[in-house]
Design a binder for this molecule. Structure first.
Ligand code: ZN
Ligand code: ZN
Length: 92
């Protein structure tokens, strides 16, 4: 049984490596989760799409998945590992 699963970016359809930092936007009703790269163009798309979904009355939670090498004990948005050093338009 493998713990790995293929994650694809909802913005560019590129693969996201699980050990790399990425962002997840979870639909709290269905458990469906959209994943995005941390790079600015994908984050911009993430913010736009999340805004559109929120406008549709859906409830989402945003998750920040840190790099497997992140050194921060309790990582937040601005972690010691620098995973999310590009600020996002949508705050927690
Ligand atoms: Zn992407
Ligand atoms: Zn981090």
């Amino acid at each position: 049984m493998s713990r790995s699963r293929i994650i694809r970016c909802a913005a560019c359809a590129g693969r996201i490596r699980p050990q790399h930092p990425h962002i997840g936007v979870e639909n709290l009703e269905t458990g469906e989760e959209f994943s995005y790269h941390v790079r600015p163009d994908c984050q911009t798309r993430c913010a736009e799409e999340t805004f559109t979904r929120l406008e549709a009355g859906k409830v989402y939670a945003m998750h920040h998945y840190h790099s497997s090498t992140c050194s921060d004990e309790s990582p937040g948005f601005g972690c010691a590992g620098g995973c999310f050093d590009t600020p996002m338009a949508v705050a927690n």
